[in-house]
Design a protein. Structure first.
Length: 238
C-alpha cells in the first residue's frame, strides 16, 4: 500500500478519535524508493490491501488498466510475477501523481482519489481502527458501496457495476467484509462520514462513478446524514 499510495502525494495525516486523516500536514519527499522484494514478506491480506488502492486508481482513471488487473489478477496473487507487479505499481503511481501534481492540497480534483474512501474512513473509525479491518479492506468495501450507490442514482450502468462486482467475487474480495456493516454500526459509520475532510457543510460529499475510468466531480453529489443512513441500508442489501 505504501508503494502505490501513501508514499506518493506528501500527506502526513494521523488518525484520531474525531476521525481519519483530520490531523496532519503536506510535506513532499525528495525521493521515494520502492523495493519490490519487500512484497515477498507480506501476507495475502496485506497484498490485497495494496491491490485495493491500485484497483481504485484504475476505476477512477483508466479502464484499460482495470482490464489488465482483471486479466492478470492470478499473476499478482498466485504466481507473484515481478514484471507484472512492477508494471502495475509504476502505473498506479503515475495515476496518483497526475492528480497530486494538479491539486497538491486537495482543494478540488485530488478529492477524486477518495473514491470509496468516505465510506472506508467511516468504517475504520466506527471499528476504532482495530486490526479486525484494515484500510485496504475498508476501501474495497467503500468502493463497492460507492459503485452500488452510483447505479441506484443512475450515474453508472448495471454493466459497470456487474464488471466490478465480478472481479471482487472472482478474488473473494468481499468475503466476510459485510460483517462490518451491521445495523449497529451504520449510525456510527455515518456519524464519522459527516466529519470527512471533503465535506464543507453538514452534507456528506461523495465521489460517484460514471463508468470505469470516469468519476463525478467533487461536490456534485452530496447527501444529508439521514439520507445517507437510508441509502446505506439499500446498498448493503443490494
Amino acid at each position: 500500500m505504501a508503494q502505490v499510495d501513501s508514499s506518493i502525494g506528501g500527506k502526513t495525516g494521523v488518525n484520531s478519535a474525531g476521525g481519519k486523516n483530520l490531523i496532519g500536514t503536506f510535506y513532499q519527499p525528495k525521493l521515494v524508493l520502492s523495493d519490490l522484494t519487500l512484497l515477498k514478506s507480506l501476507s495475502k491480506r496485506n497484498l490485497v490491501c495494496g491491490f485495493a488502492e491500485i484497483l481504485k486508481h484504475s476505476i477512477i482513471k483508466d479502464s484499460k488498466f482495470f482490464n489488465k488487473l482483471d486479466r492478470d489478477k492470478n499473476k499478482i496473487f498466485e504466481n507473484f510475477n515481478f514484471n507484472i507487479l512492477a508494471e502495475i505499481i509504476f502505473k498506479s503511481c503515475k495515476i496518483k501523481l497526475s492528480f497530486v501534481n494538479k491539486d497538491e492540497k486537495e482543494q478540488n480534483d485530488r478529492m477524486i482519489l477518495n473514491f470509496g474512501h468516505t465510506f472506508a474512513h467511516g468504517i475504520e473509525a466506527a471499528n476504532k481502527y482495530s486490526g479486525k479491518i484494515n484500510h485496504g479492506e475498508a476501501v474495497l468495501i467503500g468502493m463497492i458501496l460507492a459503485t452500488r450507490l452510483s447505479f441506484i442514482k443512475k450515474v453508472c450502468s448495471k454493466q459497470t457495476l456487474d464488471k466490478i462486482e465480478k472481479l471482487y467475487l472472482n478474488q473473494k474480495l468481499l468475503k466476510k467484509f459485510l460483517n462490518f456493516l451491521d445495523k449497529n454500526n451504520l449510525n456510527k459509520i455515518v456519524n464519522f462520514m459527516e466529519v470527512d475532510k471533503k465535506n464543507y457543510d453538514k452534507k456528506i460529499n461523495l465521489i460517484l462513478l460514471k463508468r470505469i475510468g470516469k468519476t463525478t466531480k467533487p461536490g456534485q453529489y452530496r447527501f444529508s446524514p439521514k439520507e445517507m443512513k437510508s441509502v446505506l441500508r439499500k446498498i448493503i442489501r443490494f
